[in-house]
Design a binder for this molecule. Structure first.
Ligand SMILES: C[S@@+](CC[C@H](N)C(=O)[O-])C[C@H]1O[C@@H](n2cnc3c(N)ncnc32)[C@H](O)[C@@H]1O
Length: 285
């Protein structure tokens, strides 16, 4: 039976709603825009046009995947972050809007302190070093991940966003394969920070689709903050800055970790919803 664009959209919304997908209308609309290669306005204006059977079948397939809890971004294959486009798949965490606060604060530190050399731990899509390099022409970044699959996507994203010549991608367990002679002036990380026991309570989209290695922060969620903060001290040549994204209830604990290790100028920055999201500090040798 021939369907119009409007019929297809209504079918999609109905299926997603009956499967308790929170943003059923928005997601059905975005998937249809993606399949047809058009924008929202086109769908509103041309709702009575017939949809080609082949497109309708693809759309239904996408709707079925979304109904089962697969995140929209993994279906369409990309996510916007800091105004740039990042390719995603199930080997990488989908970049979150909260992380833009971390990047924006890092850009301020970089500009105020004439920083040119940074290290990121846990690159995922590469969204952090790529958007920093995109906005700071003098910066060179090194970024590591323990996942080869993540590094593959991150390299592709650096090429897509024209900063591949300023980013070195290294497969490394934390700092293990990073040369100790590097003089990094700023260290940045959005590490895995969910408590191991809380992983089961996450939304189905996250716990069944996003990579566990990007989420699990150990028993108390703070494993990576402790390990990275200790090693940044060893790697600091003169003075360095450290910036972390933290979980909604972790800023005080991360501040304590930095304090105990002798970091100074510890600051906390909030995200757009008022939650303490970034903890920053400085270390002097
Ligand atoms: C929370 S994700 C952050 C991804 C990306 N930076 C972002 O903000 O969207 C953490 C990343 O750390 C990586 N990772 C986990 N353990 C690691 C380790 N021991 N050494 C290096 N990277 C690690 C994961 O593979 C994952 O890509």
């Amino acid at each position: 039976m021939k369907k119009t664009i409007r019929n297809a959209l209504d079918d999609g919304i109905k299926t997603l709603s009956s499967n308790n997908i929170t943003d059923a209308r928005l997601d059905a609309d975005l998937l249809l825009e993606h399949v047809l290669g058009v924008d929202k306005v086109y769908i509103i204006i041309n709702g009575n046009e017939l949809i080609a059977e082949e497109k309708y079948n693809i759309y239904n397939n996408y709707i079925a995947q979304r109904a089962e809890g697969k995140p929209l971004q993994y279906i369409i294959g990309y996510q916007e972050f800091m105004g740039l486009t990042f390719k995603v798949n199930e080997n990488v965490l989908i970049p979150r809007q909260d992380t833009e606060v971390l990047v924006l604060e890092a850009i301020k530190y970089i500009k105020e302190n004439n920083i040119t050399n940074i290290l990121e731990i846990g690159t995922g899509t590469g969204c952090i070093p790529i958007s920093i390099c995109y906005n700071c022409n003098d910066v060179k970044a090194t970024t590591v991940d323990i996942s080869d699959e993540a590094l593959k996507i991150a390299k592709e994203n650096a090429i897509i966003n024209n900063v591949a010549d300023r980013i070195q991608f290294v497969r490394s367990n934390l700092f293990e394969d990073i040369d100790e002679n590097h003089d990094f002036q700023l260290f940045i990380s959005n590490p895995p920070y969910i408590r191991s026991n809380d992983i089961g309570d996450l939304m189905i989209e996250v716990k069944e689709h996003e990579p566990i290695g990007a989420l699990d922060g150990g028993e108390d969620g703070l494993y990576f903050y402790r390990e990275i903060s200790k090693e940044v001290k060893n790697r600091t040549k003169k003075r360095s800055y450290i910036l972390y994204e933290v979980g909604y209830d972790q800023s005080d604990e991360v501040k304590k970790i930095l304090n105990a290790l002798g970091y100074t100028d510890i600051k906390i920055y909030k995200d757009l919803t008022g939650i303490n999201r970034v903890v920053a500090g400085a270390y002097n040798k």
